[in-house]
Design a protein around this ligand. Structure first.
Ligand code: GLN
Ligand code: ZN
Length: 761
């Protein structure tokens, strides 16, 4: 019975690793204590998989921070600024690369494909000297063995490692990362030899970059790298694992032609074309690791349907050659449903977290082998039927309204320049108007008030009083600072998605459904299980209260539909765009209620629009089309005089500028901490755009207080590229993680800089 798990969450069912790491970083516990927590977590995962009957159990999928950083440590590619002098890489060097230290900042972090996980980007140049500097893969293999569990060590494959790297600072533009293959392969050879000597029989190489649009030069790198490795692979079975999409036809050909490889792993959840590829030709005698259990979501598997897929594959590749697997590492799903004691029973029965997915994989492997456990399968079928027919999933009115949106075009009737004129008559703002992105510092007291209200320890009246006081403080502060367009500071919000999810129908929340985002940080995405609707107004109470406290315009503050979608676990029984349209309709109602309540400036945050962009170019246009459409739906019904703002965190959207323009917001504020002129000129190119634009004038992620001169200098640089009548002056993002002692002087300097420049224009 062949079952396999690509990888497993490291954080622990109750984020044990997070707390151990943070305590160690704070100097409150020793390295030994941290190592003990880590070893216990690994042991319990291995034992759990072994007792579930999994045949191919992964090791080296644990990490103290990130698996790509582990690979950097393995090959000794420590950037010189960390002062590492060779030898085995210890916590000091490792965590300095991850988080920086007193004298050197951290290495860059970026998104892992289209997930919300972030990896540490390797920095490589022609002079890099690789050396075998972390024996973690071998140590973990031995550790599992000592516990009586034979594992498959998992390594980030050499080609994906190089393709995920960036050229180190100062390296010539012509430098090709792939030119390092000849240098890096010898290190992999050493690792492989040591694993073999320790008794490993299988090794898994993760090569997820194979699902991207690679050119022939990049594809050749796989052939090159694995033929270099081939001699060291004899006596071992090698699995090359891909995930997050299907492998394009050319890449599939390259992959399945690699010599000395025993098995190939595919994501059959996101990879819809894989079956056709396999039918078109699969090397005889090789194993197909079939990822039918979704590692990116929390829904129970449809066991009957998966079994059919597996049987069809077996028909093509041969009996006993199909290994049942997960679509990708389970790192991207929640850990264990057992700890969800507060979740509604019916909804809970529809779900499977990592621990449950392991059991599903095994049940499928048994069934494929001819030992189908009918009770498991019929219980699963009953669960799926309950989900399908449950009245809490379906709301026909919502279904109908959302279906009617498809294929239509919603946009405001008047063009943006005319709208801005109408708005200016009403708002009468100075040139270079100042504003902030929404949140103000979230103090300990504020968090306490919210917590106590949730736990019903304080009355609603007391809660409202406390929040009202906070809003009034924030309003006064902004008036004193002389900011032009105010915000209420979002003191009532814990999280920009959760706050809305909690008030919308169709959303459920977990207590421990954490997913690692980076390092010790985790997020707890809401679960969208049903048709989304808005039982009542969500923000009007606070926003109109805030507006009543000032004569200046007060921005209504909403999270946009695409961001709510992208930061949730989304239902898998209808296309994502349908769910997005439903959320858009709910937000549209909120926008219109705010307008009715006299709020004339409304910001609809789409912080995560860029994040949802599909990996493959061929799928991007479709996504952008419905995502941007969803945004427009939220505000297509407002008056010309109502000013719609949007905010986006990613500065990396040069490639989607047309979509951003197509959102047709009146004002867009964006993160621009590096004062990226390229970004600004992209906007200028698009400036038939004409809308307001507020590139952040300082980086809110740092406690540093920018001086007036520095901000003025930045604004001047922006003015060199953008017209003064469309430029807004604002920080990069919300101020929620900062202290008042930082925010007050920083904003004061922002306003001073804006005034200085106004006087010069
Ligand atoms: N309005 C939100 C805030 O200021 C936006 C946060 C974000 O873009 N991530 O906190
Ligand atoms: Zn932001």
């Amino acid at each position: 019975m062949a079952s396999h798990i690509v990888g497993y969450p490291r954080m622990g069912p109750k984020r044990e690793l997070k707390f151990a790491l943070e305590s160690f970083w704070d100097g409150k516990s020793s390295a030994e204590e941290l190592q003990k927590v880590a070893a216990d977590l690994r042991a319990s995962i291995w034992k759990q998989m072994a007792s579930a009957g999994i045949k191919y159990i992964p090791s080296n999928t644990f990490s103290y921070y990130d698996q790509v950083l582990d690979t950097t440590a393995m090959v000794g590619a420590v950037p010189p600024r960390y002062g590492w002098n060779g030898g085995e890489i210890e916590f000091d060097t490792y965590f300095s690369m991850a988080r920086g230290n007193a004298s050197v900042p951290a290495m860059e972090m970026t998104k892992w494909f289209d997930t919300n996980y972030h990896y540490i980007v390797p920095e490589l140049g022609p002079d890099v000297k690789f050396s075998y500097a972390s024996h973690k893969a071998v140590d973990e293999f031995k550790e599992a063995r000592a516990l009586g569990v034979d594992t498959v060590p998992v390594l980030v494959g050499p080609v994906s490692y190089l393709l995920l790297s960036k050229p180190a600072k100062g390296v010539e533009k012509s430098f090709s990362l792939l030119s390092l293959i000849g240098k890096i392969v010898p290190i992999y050879k050493e690792v492989i030899a040591e694993l073999k000597a320790a008794g490993a029989t299988w090794i898994q190489f993760d090569e997820p970059t194979l699902v991207k649009d690679l050119d022939s030069h990049q594809l050749q790198a796989f052939t090159h790298a694995y033929s270099e490795l081939e001699s060291s692979l004899s006596g071992l079975s090698i699995l090359i694992e891909t995930y997050f999409a299907d492998v394009p036809a050319e890449a599939y050909k390259t992959l399945t032609s690699l010599k000395g490889i025993a098995g190939f792993g595919f994501d059959l959840v996101r990879g819809t074309k894989t079956l056709d590829l396999v039918k078109g030709g699969f090397p005889s005698g090789k194993y197909l690791f079939a990822g039918v259990v979704d590692g990116r979501n929390i829904w129970a598997n449809d066991l009957d349907s998966s079994l059919k897929t597996l049987q069809a594959l077996e028909g093509v590749v041969g009996k006993d050659k199909v290994v049942v697997s997960t679509s990708c590492s389970l790192l991207h799903t929640a850990v264990d449903l057992v700890n969800e004691t507060k979740l509604d029973k019916e909804i809970k029965s529809w779900l499977a977290f990592a621990a449950q997915k392991v059991v599903e994989v095994n049940a499928l492997a048994q069934a494929l082998f001819g030992l189908k456990d009918e009770t498991v399968f019929s219980a699963n079928a009953a669960t799926l039927a309950s989900r399908k027919s449950s009245p809490r999933v379906t709301n026909e009115a919502v279904q109908k309204a959302a279906a009617a949106l498809k294929g239509s075009d919603h946009r405001r009737a008047t063009n943006v320049s005319a709208r801005l004129d109408a708005q200016q008559k009403k708002l009468n703002l100075p040139i270079l108007p100042t504003t902030t992105i929404g949140s103000f510092p979230q103090t300990m007291e504020l968090r306490k008030v919210r917590r106590e209200y949730k736990a019903k320890k304080i009355s609603e009246d007391d809660y409202v009083k406390a929040i009202k006081e906070e809003i009034s403080k924030v309003v006064k502060l902004q008036e004193e600072l002389d900011i032009d367009v105010l915000v209420h500071g979002e003191p009532e919000r814990n999280d920009m998605v959760e706050y809305f999810g909690e008030q919308l129908s169709g959303f459920a929340f977990t207590v421990n459904g954490w997913v690692q985002s980076y390092g010790s940080r985790c997020v707890k995405p809401p679960i969208i299980y049903g048709d989304v609707s808005r039982p009542k107004a969500m923000t009007v109470f606070w926003s109109s209260m805030a507006q009543s406290m000032t004569k200046r315009p007060m921005k209504g503050m909403l999270t946009g539909p695409v961001t709510i979608l992208n930061w949730s676990f989304v239902r898998n029984d209808q296309p994502r765009f349908e769910t997005c349209y439903q959320i858009a309709l709910a937000i549209k109602d909120e926008v219109e209620d705010l307008e009715k309540a006299g709020v004339t400036v409304i910001q609809i945050d789409e912080a995560a629009l860029r994040e949802g962009l599909p990996l493959r170019k061929s799928e991007q246009a479709f996504y952008l089309d419905w995502a941007v459409h969803s945004f427009r739906i939220t505000n297509c019904g407002v008056k010309d005089t109502t000013q719609i703002h949007t905010h986006m965190c990613y500065s990396n959207f040069n490639d989607i500028i047309h979509s951003i323009i197509n959102m047709d917001a009146d004002v867009i504020t964006i993160e621009n901490s590096r004062s990226d002129e390229k970004l600004l000129s992209v906007f200028r190119e698009g400036v038939k755009y004409g809308a307001g634009i507020g590139p952040g004038v300082y980086d809110i992620h740092s406690p540093r207080i920018p001086s007036t001169e520095e901000i003025a200098d930045r604004i001047n640089k922006m003015l060199a590229v953008l017209e003064s009548n469309i430029l807004w002056v604002n920080p990069d993002c919300g101020l929620k993680t900062r202290k008042y002692s930082e925010v007050k002087p920083a904003l004061s300097n922002v306003v001073a800089a804006a005034k200085l420049l106004r006087s010069q224009l």
